[in-house]
Every structure is written in structure tokens, then in C-alpha cells.
Design a protein around this ligand. Structure first.
Ligand code: 6CS
Ligand code: FE
Length: 299
């Protein structure tokens, strides 16, 4: 099988210069979905977009109860459950397969059409998770580009994926909300350090590999600045797969629970990992492509 050309070498044995992004950020046009030209331009420029009321208030109580149920019911031995160091549930992967209600969120007309428009094609769920970020004990996520991990460890060839993070509790500036470096998605920062076997068993609790060094992060923060995503429950933050982001820990009493849905274009199916011995498990990176909803009508 022809090996796919690696445009974004990473997990190297020595530092390497940043690489300008090859792909467009936005693949669709205003006519292809609910986002107008101004919104598409903003996403292309900033690498993210805030969409209030993506999940209506009438959904929120049932969805919050469903999140708690999934977190409580999922079997302790299930690898899809990631726990905080103190044992509290930190993340649950594949929640859309564990809950019909969450599966319905994927196909909402405020979600699926936006994903298709941004990616310019039919889409499938590459990864989905609930991040609970519990009050007092929720630990954060260090600065990283998701694409760096998905390219290195899952074999995602191109930057043609987007995350939709739906707040299910109010996201305040002080309870572990997402921080982003606006515009950083147009630069790929190669990282140093080979991927160890089974890296995800650690990286999902504390990511130490596949993160740029402090000099690179300092330069990026000075160049792009840092914005913080805040918003009431029901608000969605859409962000490009390569946007540099992270979150602080949550020492407030207020949990910051989000559903993360990662949409990948059906044209960007995973190949072999570009910088890991073997692919990560299916629940972290779907290799069986199931396009969401009916196919996009031909033009
Ligand atoms: O490794 C991953 O795929 C996950 N890790 C982080 C910190 N963000 C992206 C993704 O959910
Ligand atoms: Fe991430």
C-alpha cells in the first residue's frame, strides 16, 4: 500500500521549524449551510467560532441527567472511562454510543449542518467524549493541538476535522474553561519525543508528549494572544483540529461539563499513524467510517 506523504512530521528527535498549514480552514461556502460569509471568514481567521443556543434550554436538564447516568453506569473496567488522579470520572469516550439522547445531539440541525459546511463534505465522528471537569478537583489539559495527536497517533492525513464543544454547564472564566490561541491553527508546531507504546493510557490524564516546548508556546502566545471561551450551558465552541488550546484546573465549586464531538471529513479517513507504532483504539479514533445522517445532496 502506498504510504501517505507526511506533510506534518512530528514526534522528532530534535526541534524543527513550524510548518505553514497547507489546507484551507473552511472547505464549504455560505450556500452549503447555516453559517454566513462573515461567520465562515471569522472561523477561517480565528480558528474557532462560538454558537450560542446550539442545544436549547429545553434539552439541558435531560442532557445533564444523561451525562451523570453515563458517568455512573459505565463499567469501571471500560477503557472508555478516564479518571482523575483522585478517582473521579474525568472523561467518558463514545458517549453517543452509550446514550441515544447524546446521539441525537450529533444530528441536531444546529450541529451536523455546521460540521458539513466547515468541512465541505459528508462527515463522521472521529472521536466523541464527555469532559466532566468536576468542581474542586477537575484537572486541566495542557496546551496542545489535537491534530498533532490525531496525525501522529491516529494517522489523520490532513487538517480537515473540527471539534464542537457543547457546554452543558455554564463555562465561566474561572472554572476550567477552554483557552485558545486565535489564528494558531494556520501553523503546525512539530513536537520532539517519540511516541511510547500505549501513550494514550497516560496522555488522556496528563499530556506530556506531543506538546510544543515553552519557547514555542511563549512565541505563539505573544504572536496570537489567548482568548477564553465562556458561555452559558447550551453554547457550542467550534474549533479547528489544529488550534492550540488548553484549559486550567477547576478549583471552584462549579463543574464545567462539556460534550466534545470531533467531526472528520469522509475525505480524510485515517491511515497508518504517522508517528506511533500502532493505531489507538477505535473509541479514541474511529476507523470504521459511518457518515452521520443522510448524504449531502449533490450540487
Ligand atoms: O488525545 C486525544 O485525542 C484527546 N486529547 C486531548 C487533550 N484533546 C483532544 C482529544 O480529545
Ligand atoms: Fe484537545
Amino acid at each position: 500500500m502506498l504510504s501517505t506523504l507526511d506533510h506534518y512530521p512530528t514526534r522528532l528527535d530534535r526541534p524543527s521549524a513550524p510548518i505553514p498549514r497547507i489546507e484551507p480552514t473552511v472547505w464549504g461556502e455560505p450556500v452549503h449551510g447555516p453559517l454566513d460569509q462573515a461567520a465562515l471568514n471569522s472561523f477561517a481567521e480565528q480558528g474557532y467560532l462560538v454558537r450560542p443556543q446550539t442545544v436549547g434550554e429545553d434539552w439541558l436538564p435531560a442532557l445533564s441527567r444523561e451525562l451523570e447516568r453515563v458517568g455512573a453506569d459505565v463499567d469501571d473496567a471500560d477503557p472508555r472511562v478516564i479518571r482523575e488522579p483522585n478517582g473521579a470520572v474525568r472523561s467518558v469516550f463514545e458517549p453517543h454510543l452509550l446514550s441515544d439522547l447524546i446521539a441525537q445531539v450529533v444530528a441536531l440541525d444546529t450541529v451536523l449542518p455546521v460540521a458539513r459546511q466547515l468541512l465541505g463534505s459528508d462527515v463522521y465522528i472521529h472521536q466523541a467524549r464527555i469532559n466532566f471537569m468536576p468542581g474542586f478537583t477537575g484537572t486541566g489539559f495542557y496546551w496542545h493541538s489535537d491534530f498533532e495527536t490525531w496525525h501522529a497517533e491516529d494517522g489523520m492525513p490532513a487538517m480537515r476535522a473540527a471539534s464542537c464543544s457543547i457546554a452543558l454547564t455554564d463555562n465561566f472564566s474561572y472554572n476550567g474553561s477552554l483557552m485558545v490561541m486565535p489564528g494558531s491553527h494556520r501553523t503546525f508546531y512539530p513536537c520532539v519525543g517519540a511516541t511510547p507504546e500505549n501513550n494514550h493510557s497516560k496522555s488522556l490524564v496528563r499530556q506530556e508528549l506531543g506538546v510544543p516546548d515553552r519557547a514555542v508556546l511563549t512565541a505563539a502566545a505573544e504572536r496570537f494572544g489567548i482568548n477564553q471561551f465562556t458561555g452559558p450551558a447550551g453554547t457550542a465552541l467550534w474549533f479547528d483540529c489544529n488550534l492550540m488550546h488548553g484549559s486550567g484546573s477547576n478549583i471552584t465549586p462549579f463543574p464545567r461539563s462539556n460534550i466534545f464531538l470531533v467531526f472528520n471529513s469522509v475525505e480524510n479517513a485515517l491511515t497508518e499513524p504517522f508517528a506511533a507504532q500502532r493505531p489507538r483504539p477505535e473509541f479514541l479514533a474511529a476507523r470504521q467510517i459511518r457518515p452521520v445522517g443522510a448524504s449531502v445532496p449533490a450540487d
